[in-house]
Design a binder for this molecule. Structure first.
Ligand code: GTP
Ligand code: MG
Length: 585
């Protein structure tokens, strides 16, 4: 993570130019992720709503429906590397000879790319039939007919003024400077949390690109395993993903093994001749090993392929260069997909859930509580479960327990994976909305207070029952795995990382409480509310024992800002002013 510096300072001076939160203008700058059509589509997103409180669930789709629709959409889509200047009109006309186009957008990632969704799958075959494998002068191309193309102008000298730079869709989270500017502009802490959510959540285009990437990988895997499916899971689909998050996918071979009832009558049962290996784990390792080789040798745009086969959950890690996604491919990961579905449900039940989770995730990232490298720190998945657990504790509860979702399930919801009961109701309309009307500001403060004082030494977090339970072992942080209930999802977290989390939570609760009392003065140039929580912590800079003699919040923050200012002046000279604060993974 880049260290706090120039970005924040710039923001502070921007804040200083404006008045306090009590005189904030009604208009806030709008984010501009892409085209007008893109903005319209973004508004359609069921998970994009940022109104506080329970929502109208009539438009909410089941997780399986979303997955099915997105997958089908991705199968009709192609990815095209384009020249930097292009005539959009001519480009679309050229592609339309293969069939009508339903949707398209451009984005930049080491060059200009177009994502084009045809109305029919057949158009892709037509396009592939009119495409040739490039002939190399010094190197040899491995012929591979994928849905990832390279577009070249036939006659570059023929380009007219119509060939111009194209407006491309944004695939990145806002810079820290922009984020702080937006947060300082906000009208309330609730507004700040909703703003952060809007700015960091996956856009429609980014979501499409994630499903398309899985679909392209599926094409490659299908060379070995015809009929296989590559499904995205984790934060790409559970509605808690931030722009820039990794793409978790799993190779689903279950459909291949399923018996078709079609023409299966008579006295015999036909089986495929297969090779046997001593265990499921070895089978997984062998499958991932060949897929890893395949991606490495033939996968267009797949680079840096690493086979991590001895991990608890074996995986192949690689970068998909064209989309810019860091991908983790696993197999046999149905429970993780079910966890994603559960999180999707919780995120859809009440819009405060996502707003709170995004802010807590950004807060944790800003204070280096989470990182993109595996280690003894808390993960985003654990943080999300902690927020869910906290919301189950409110009075009245904002979220139901997993056990109560199980009670509401019908026969169609029944789901047993590897002997674990993963059943819960999947129809959102069957769940009664919460009567709780607490504000996000209160919830954020109470979240920090709750976990700043949680008895981690003896209690475990358990969203299945929605109450604290005795810890079954001595790991510093115990969060029960919702489906494999004997497992702890935060087993990796060390005592010192947990202590850091607790200290920062207390510190943050204290900052919000002090602000509540005093409020920053209209003439002050202090970041306030959520923006203040994303600043470097006193807990990091001073021994905790000295905390008793705290100075007033305004004084503390002022001295912090002074110290950042002097640090960043030093740093900016040595780094050419390029340092920014990263609050994303
Ligand atoms: P980010 O990638 O950090 O944005 O969040 P993520 O939710 O995608 O987390 P991650 O990529 O680490 O893991 C992907 C998914 O795997 C999670 O959403 C969970 O469904 C699942 N998962 C991750 N860690 C654990 C764990 O310790 N236990 C279990 N059972 N599932 C996990
Ligand atoms: Mg992930």
């Amino acid at each position: 993570m880049a260290v706090r510096g120039v970005g924040r300072l710039t923001c502070v001076s921007l804040c200083a130019q404006r008045n306090s939160r009590f005189q904030r203008p009604a208009l806030r700058p709008l984010s501009c992720p892409g085209t007008v059509a893109a903005d319209l589509r973004r508004e359609e997103q069921p998970s994009g709503s940022t109104e506080t409180g329970s929502e109208d669930k009539s438009s909410k789709k089941r997780f399986s429906e979303v997955q099915k629709e997105r997958r089908e959409q991705a199968q009709r889509t192609v990815l095209i590397h384009c020249p930097n200047k292009i005539s959009e009109k001519k480009f679309l006309k050229y592609l339309s000879q293969h069939g009508p186009i339903n949707n398209h957008f451009f984005y930049e990632s080491f060059g200009l790319y177009a994502v084009v969704e045809f109305c029919q799958k057949e158009s892709i075959h037509s396009l592939q039939n009119g495409t040739h494998t490039p002939s190399m002068v010094t190197e040899a191309a491995i012929p591979f007919r994928s849905r990832f193309f390279n577009l070249k102008p036939k006659n570059p000298s023929n380009q007219t003024s119509e060939w111009s730079h194209i407006q491309s869709s944004n695939q990145l989270p806002p810079s820290s400077k922009k984020l702080f500017e937006l947060l300082c502009y906000a009208e309330s802490i609730d507004d700040q949390l909703n703003t952060l959510l809007k700015e960091f959540q996956l856009t429609e285009e980014n979501t499409r690109l994630r499903y398309l990437t899985c679909s392209l990988i599926e094409d490659i895997a299908a060379a070995y395993f015809p009929g296989c499916t590559v499904r995205p899971f984790g934060s790409s689909v559970n509605t808690f993903g931030k722009l820039g998050c990794d793409l978790d996918m799993f190779l689903d071979l279950d459909e291949i093994g399923k018996i078709s009832t079609h023409k299966n009558i008579g006295n015999f049962l036909m089986e495929f001749q297969v090779k046997n290996v001593p265990s499921e784990r070895i089978a997984t390792q062998k499958i991932l090993s060949v897929i890893g080789e395949c991606l490495d040798h033939f996968g267009p745009g797949c680079v840096g392929v690493q086979k991590i086969l001895n991990a608890r959950c074996p995986l192949v890690r690689f970068s998909h260069q064209a989309s810019g996604f860091q991908c983790d491919l696993t197999t046999n990961n149905r429970i993780a997909l079910k966890s994603s579905e559960l999180l999707y449900m919780y995120g859809a039940l009440d819009s405060r859930v996502r707003a709170l989770v995004f802010s807590v995730r950004c807060w944790a990232r800003a204070h280096s509580l989470t990182t993109s490298i595996p280690g003894a720190w808390i993960t985003n998945f654990s943080l999300t479960v902690m927020v869910i657990f906290f919301l189950q504790q409110r009075s009245p509860p904002i979220l139901p327990t997993l056990d109560s979702l199980k009670i509401l399930a019908d026969a169609g919801d029944k789901c047993i994976i590897e002997g674990n009961n993963c059943t819960f109701v999947r129809d959102l309309n069957k769940i009664k909305p919460s009567g709780n009307t607490e504000t996000l500001e209160l919830l954020l403060k109470e979240f920090f207070e709750y976990f700043g004082n949680f008895a981690f030494n003896k209690n475990s977090i358990n969203i299945r029952q929605g109450r604290e339970q005795n810890k079954p072992d001595s790991s510093p942080l115990h969060i029960q795995n919702p489906f494999e209930t004997s497992l702890n999802i935060s087993k990796n977290v060390s005592q010192s990382q947990l202590q850091k989390f607790v200290d920062l939570a207390r510190e943050s609760a204290w900052i919000l409480q002090e602000e509540d009392k005093d409020g920053p003065s209209p003439s002050s140039n202090q970041p306030w509310g959520l923006a203040a929580l994303l600043l470097p912590s006193v807990a990091n800079m001073k021994p905790l024992a000295k905390k008793k003699n705290k100075r007033p919040a305004s004084e503390r923050i002022k001295s912090l800002l002074d110290s950042i200012k002097s640090n960043s002046t030093e740093n900016s000279t040595s780094t050419n002013g390029k340092r920014t604060v990263s609050t994303h993974t």
